[in-house]
Design a protein around this ligand. Structure first.
Ligand SMILES: Cc1ncc(COP(=O)(O)O)c(C=O)c1O
Length: 428
């Protein structure tokens, strides 16, 4: 029998460079006050059995119909679901490069939106190519860039998200100093993960102008768009009238978690390449879940969403109030939607205080868990430094943390955030 060490040598290089995701590692800890992973705590639980019942009536005793419709499907997704989503993007999201359900072929269905972002990196990024992300950014994206061989350069953010003038400076200086092309700018326009920030319209427009000016694709990740507590701002994709520069990716995972379906709208030539790449990864997304999603988005979503979103808003209000009343001095966001609040220690402590260690040594023994700031950075990369206005080795806000309010019921959430505040006050 070979031992593990000698087998490890046979593995691909990336397996040695990329660590296990911090969130998957943390998920193994079960704590009473679970403020870590972004698990949806409010789901339309009754609707899915109802849809399955409708489906079973429709298919009852018609074996041929079942065999025809629940086969391997098209790699880019089932027509019915793509029609429903194309219509929704046109009417609800004001995206004009798609004119409604007749443009269904422009939609790409994936197995989770994580697959779509991976496909985009797969078809765009050559070794060393630069991808600009917010600092901090969704870890499932930043680490995937490194896995594919790209170079992450993080750009500064404030309480509204990316700051266009510094994004522009990052583009110019990263290309000059690293000698590679900036290929992609990653943006979560609505209620970013991990900061919960929502980009104002003027910033969306300014980022779109940068994409046009520098010939850079924007990957707009709209995972939290249905989870907004205030009126929606049109996505950056709505500015991309000729479907040229914005790769729009969204997910059913926050409002309909059991389905694991993502959907995207890409510039045509990118769509074809992404579809080709998907074909080599999973052949197609399961047809049964696509059918359930089609019915949910066609008939039910808009009657279920308001109540669900209201529940998340109540949870956010509870967590935010507890934070304000118990936390020590620091900077924090007040999200207008989504699942997360970001808190970071003040001034220099944002870079020196180690929340990872605090999580392990202090929070876990007290039955509390958050995700430490360092998790939202790639294993290697660069940063745009606000003080020197230069590109420097990766600068990590390890004195920051993501507080997830999506999972716990209000009472427990209140207790948990207060406990976190008391422990922080003692240790920061
Ligand atoms: C910003 C963001 N994008 C994408 C994803 C992945 O979504 P999916 O479950 O559709 O793969 C997540 C999941 O947490 C996320 O927070």
């Amino acid at each position: 029998m070979r031992n593990i060490e000698s087998t490890r040598e046979l593995l691909a290089d990336w397996t040695k460079k990329i660590p296990e995701s911090e969130i998957r590692r943390l998920l193994k800890n079960k704590t009473k006050y679970y403020l870590a992973g972004g698990l949806p705590g409010n789901l339309p639980t009754k609707v899915f059995p109802k849809i399955l019942e409708e489906l079973s009536e429709y298919y009852e005793e018609d074996e041929k119909r079942v065999i025809n419709e629940f086969q391997y499907g098209m790699t880019a997704g089932a027509k019915g679901l793509r029609e429903v989503l194309a219509e929704r993007l046109h009417t609800k999201d004001k995206i004009s490069c798609i004119s409604g359900k007749q443009d269904w072929e422009k939609m790409l269905i994936t197995t989770g939106s994580q697959q779509a972002t991976y496909l985009v990196l797969d078809i765009l990024v050559n070794p060393g190519d630069i991808v600009i992300t917010p600092s901090p950014a969704y870890l499932g994206f930043v680490t995937a860039v490194v896995k594919i061989g790209g170079t992450v350069v993080t750009a500064p953010t404030d309480e509204l998200g990316l700051i266009p003038e510094f994004v522009e400076d990052t583009i110019v200086k990263a290309e000059k100093e690293l000698g590679k092309k900036v290929k992609l700018l990653y943006v979560v326009s609505d209620s970013d993960n991990p900061k919960g920030t929502t980009l104002p319209y003027e910033r969306r427009k300014a980022l779109y102008d940068l994409a046009e000016k520098y010939n850079i694709f924007i990957l707009e990740d709209e995972a939290y768009k249905e989870m907004q507590f205030t009126e929606r701002i049109p996505p950056i994709k709505s500015l991309d009238k000729d479907n040229e520069w914005v790769i729009y990716v969204s997910s059913t995972s926050k409002e309909a978690a059991p389905l694991r379906i993502g959907y995207s709208l890409l510039p045509e030539h990118l769509h074809l390449e992404a579809e080709k790449s998907k074909g080599y990864i999973d052949l197609c997304t399961p047809t049964l879940t696509q059918r359930v999603a089609e019915i949910y988005y066609a008939k039910y979503i808009d009657s279920y969403l308001p109540e669900i979103v209201q529940k998340y808003k109540t949870q956010k209000d509870v967590a935010f109030k507890a934070l304000q009343e118990t936390f020590p001095e620091g900077d924090y966001t007040n999200p207008t939607g989504g699942f997360f609040i970001w808190w970071q220690a003040p001034g220099e402590k944002a870079y020196s205080f180690d929340i990872g260690k605090f999580n392990q040594d202090v929070l876990l023994p007290n039955d509390v868990l958050v995700v430490p700031g360092a998790a939202f950075y790639p294993p290697v990369g660069h940063s745009y430094d606000l003080e020197t206005r230069t590109i420097i080795p990766l600068k990590i806000i390890k004195g920051g943390m993501r507080i997830g309010f999506s999972f716990l019921k209000p009472e427990l959430l209140d207790e948990g955030v207060r406990k976190l505040g008391e422990l922080l006050t003692k240790h920061v």
